[in-house]
Design a protein around this ligand. Structure first.
Ligand code: CP
Length: 362
């Protein structure tokens, strides 16, 4: 078979109205027994949850260091199965979820290309997802369309077999678990200087289409006295929906295209890649914006405690020579994703108390 049969488009009455609704009013639909069931948007997380998930990530990280601790973690969810449906390319989100599942003993199946599933025969995406739910206890989705994870959770929650859905990146819209691991990285980095409250963060690059900076911005409402600096070329400015959200929650933010003037002011620099995959014409769009690159020379401009982050993958935004500086935390940041995603899965399946108890007992 060399080409796809045309996709079957199914009508789900009520979906368009639901999707158009305000996120705050939809959150209850993805909650069960006052706990997160599906993880779709960053706006689902409050401070209590964020502190708890960071504590739990720490506990898993520490337990996994020993053979006895790893063995105990692996027994927790050995009876559960997960599906990773990653039909938009991914390296770290896919691998960190896969390894998070392994840490907790879960069995994992995956589809990474619709040409290897019955979607090539025209099966709708919604029917494919319902099929996964017949076999597994958790579905993690990376998809090029905004709203696809949300629709999946919405469809499954009305079915006879609702299983939790985690959004592993939905088009240029949201990447809530990346925001969680970013918070965990910031909290770990600022452990000895009053944690994240009161800090100044520069977000740099393609803020218009970078879902990681969008999801992280939403989380700032949970912290005291945060200041954001949005540093971007004029064509990639942060969108109005995020700016309105920040204004509504009285979070201070500034916009500029002068990266160097912001560098000495901030406690964290969060670099991002130009997201050419969402360009109307990827050939026409410029490849790089050197004024928004972090160069080795800038290490002497930033504060001694300022951390340099990047969700990765990178292209030219951070010079390789920067990697050796202890303030460059992006490799730790991607590893943090594995601990935090294991913590999230443990929370969803309600085994987190056993983990915290185990750590205390050691
Ligand atoms: N940060 C991130 O989402 O990376 P991948 O696209 O490699 O998963």
């Amino acid at each position: 078979m060399t080409h796809f049969t045309e996709k079957t488009i199914q009508n789900y009455p009520g979906w368009d109205e639901f999707y158009a609704g305000e996120v705050d009013e939809k959150i209850d639909f993805f909650t069960k027994g006052h706990r997160l069931f599906d993880v779709i948007y960053s706006q689902q997380f409050d401070r209590r949850f964020l502190d708890y998930i960071c504590r739990l990530s720490n506990a898993i990280r520490l337990l996994a260091k020993t053979k006895a601790g790893s063995r105990k973690l692996r027994r927790l969810l050995a009876h559960k199965r997960a599906m990773l449906y990653f039909v938009q390319p991914s390296t770290r989100t896919f691998l960190s979820f896969l390894n998070a599942c392994h840490i907790l003993g879960m069995k994992v199946s995956d589809i990474r290309d619709t040409s290897t599933s019955s979607e090539i025969k025209g099966e709708s995406q919604e029917d494919s997802i319902r099929t996964f739910a017949s076999y597994v206890d958790l579905i993690v989705i990376r998809h090029p369309e905004a709203g696809f994870s949300e629709k999946t959770a919405w469809v499954l929650n009305q079915s006879e077999r609702p299983v939790p859905v985690i959004n592993g990146g939905s088009g240029p819209d949201q990447h809530p678990t990346q925001a969680l691991l970013d918070i965990y990285t910031l909290e770990r980095s600022f452990e000895h200087i009053g944690r994240l409250d009161g800090k100044k963060i520069a977000m740099v690059g393609d803020l218009k289409r970078g879902r990681t900076v969008r999801s992280l911005s939403y989380l700032m409402k949970n912290y005291e006295d945060i200041t954001l600096y949005f540093v971007s070329p004029k064509v990639f400015k942060m969108k109005e929906d995020i700016k309105s959200f920040l204004e509504k929650h009285k979070i201070q933010f500034y916009e500029t295209d002068d990266f160097q003037s912001v560098m000495p002011l901030v406690d964290a620099v969060y670099m991002t890649r130009i997201q050419k995959e969402y360009a109307d014409d990827a050939v026409e769009e410029a490849d790089d914006y050197p004024d928004f690159f972090f160069k080795e020379a800038y290490l002497s401009i930033i504060q001694p405690h300022c951390v340099i982050m990047h969700p990765l993958p990178r292209r030219y935004e951070i010079e390789v020579a920067v990697d050796k500086d202890p303030r460059a935390v992006y490799w730790r940041q991607e590893r943090n994703g594995m601990w935090m995603r294991a913590a999230l899965i443990a929370y969803i399946f309600r085994v987190e108390k056993e983990i915290l108890k185990e750590l205390t007992a050691q």
